[in-house]
Design a protein. Structure first.
Length: 499
């Protein structure tokens, strides 16, 4: 069974704007083609002006003070405020990097100029922001954090009133309004206000602890090693795990070093360190969080990295029979094998994790997951939450009394066609950044990007230890093999021309 969540598959050349009333909350203008909003790299083919900043997975990102300046952030804030309408509430948060702080403050000024009330969480994770949007009665939430692979880039994540990331048409409304500079400012007496939600960390921690069964955890007192990736998770996760009775070894906990490059995903060297620490400490498992804490990447109790696809399959094998699991269409078919064996109902969703979020209540899914280390618990929050996932995984492992390495080792194998090429370490992240630009819908991990080429999901992975690049896909058909060969040639050509 498939649930098709993607909107607007065609990209017509004649993109038209349909005007609406000035103060209607959403939208002021709706683009005939949603692709016009997101496929900025194909703008020349569409005959429209190139976007001032790139987009991936409906997230805006760009180099701070170059593509994303304070002026741009302020204008984006004013556009969002115009779309929402005067008097609306917007929640905002950021990671610990100074460029994120700078851009969030400018964005907040833009919101205030249109009469928006801003509830500012300051340093907070994306899961905390998503958890709070609906509870604070906000019409939107915006999170600022480091972007993947580029050390100087910041990304903006927009949430709707439910706490899920915005849809394609909502992003289209925002971008079309931005490009036409149609912000409507409030009169001085109606300028918005900013307030600080002082106890957001305590509220989130208490709610998350109540969502997890602490009895099996406190009985076993498991130890877990977690790389906080110098993100705001250090303000939440230690208290959460302590309240559940788990022991924690925290790595990269606290603010980043002065002038340290911004990094969304854990560095590959950190994963090696986590593996060594897991073996030495006898930890139940290790996890590396993204800077915004929405993603978690696992290392088993033997110190071996768990591929994100296999992590989904391992978790699926722990679900009770009859559970409903929603995954992205890009997720490996090994999950289908596990679902069939354990009598789970598996729903594949075309699109992004946010498409899973919006459809989970309708399809009555127990859990949502992606092949990018994202896990969604709809009864807690509509957003991927790496911190709750760590707690829930501890609960499942302690309840079933099974090791993560045993689970991962028992999973069925799926045939893949793989080509490899030597690559210098200094070129690896430039390669992944280039692959990120090939599609607006991707699955990202610390050392890999998965994107769709035709009808085939192609995975590009780098290995700093072996100095290798791997290009692969699940070898279901001969055409899939040909696609891998073609993509391999394109990437080798890029590397050869890389200065």
């Amino acid at each position: 069974m498939e649930l098709h969540g993607r909107l607007g598959s065609g990209c017509p050349r004649d993109v038209r704007l349909q005007p609406r009333t000035q103060r209607e909350p959403f939208p002021h203008f709706r683009l005939t083609s949603i692709c016009e909003c997101i496929l900025y790299r194909n703008s020349a083919l569409l005959g429209i002006v190139k976007r001032p900043f790139p987009i991936y997975n409906r997230r805006l990102y760009g180099v701070a003070n170059s593509q994303l300046t304070p002026e741009v952030a302020a204008e984006l804030g004013a556009i969002l405020g115009t779309l929402l309408g005067e008097g609306a509430i917007v929640t905002t948060a950021r990671d610990l990097y100074p460029p994120s702080r700078m851009l969030k403050r400018a964005f907040t000024a833009g919101l205030m100029s249109t009469g928006i009330t801003v509830i500012d969480f300051h340093e907070a994770t994306l899961p905390e922001l998503a958890f709070s949007v609906k509870r604070f009665g906000a019409k939107a939430g915006v999170h600022f954090s480091a972007a993947p692979f580029s050390e100087n880039s910041i990304q903006l994540v927009f949430l709707d009133s439910t706490g899920a990331e915005i849809s394609e048409d909502r992003l289209g409304d925002l971008l079309s309004m931005y490009e036409s500079h149609r912000a409507v400012r409030s009169v001085p007496s109606r300028v918005g206000w900013v307030s600080y939600a002082e106890y957001i960390h305590d509220i989130y921690t208490a709610s998350a602890a109540g969502f997890v069964d602490s009895v099996p955890i406190s009985a076993k007192e498991p130890m877990v090693v977690v790389d906080m990736n110098n993100g705001p998770a250090y303000l939440v996760l230690p208290s959460l795990l302590s309240s559940l009775g788990a022991r924690l070894i925290a790595v990269n906990s606290g603010k980043p070093a002065p002038r340290a490059p911004a990094r969304l995903l854990p560095h590959p060297r950190t994963l090696v360190t986590l593996a060594d620490m897991t073996r030495a400490s006898g930890a139940t498992f290790a996890a590396a969080l993204s800077a915004d804490a929405s993603q978690a990447f696992l290392i088993d109790d033997m110190g071996r990295p768990v591929d994100p696809d296999l992590a989904v399959a391992a978790v699926a094998s722990l679900l009770p029979q009859g559970s409903r699991l929603a995954v992205l269409d890009s997720t490996s078919r090994v999950v289908d094998m596990v679902a069939e064996k354990n009598r789970l109902t598996l729903i594949r969703v075309r699109g992004l994790a946010s498409d899973i979020s919006r459809g989970m209540r309708r399809i009555k899914a127990t859990l949502g997951a992606s092949d990018a280390g994202e896990f969604i618990y709809p009864h807690f929050s509509p957003s991927p939450d790496g911190m709750v996932f760590i707690a829930k995984l501890l609960e499942m492992l302690c309840t079933s009394e099974i090791r993560l390495s045993t689970l991962a080792g028992s999973l069925p194998e799926v045939q893949r066609f793989t080509l490899e090429h030597e690559i210098e370490e200094e070129k690896m992240f430039s390669l992944l950044e280039y692959v990120l630009s090939l599609s607006t819908e991707v699955s990202i991990a610390p050392t890999s990007v998965k994107y769709k080429a035709g009808d085939v999901w192609v995975k590009v992975e780098v290995d700093p230890v072996r100095s290798k690049m791997y290009v692969s896909a699940e070898a279901v058909t001969r055409s899939a093999v040909e696609v891998v060969k073609k993509e391999y040639e394109r990437l080798v050509e890029f590397l050869e021309g890389f200065a």
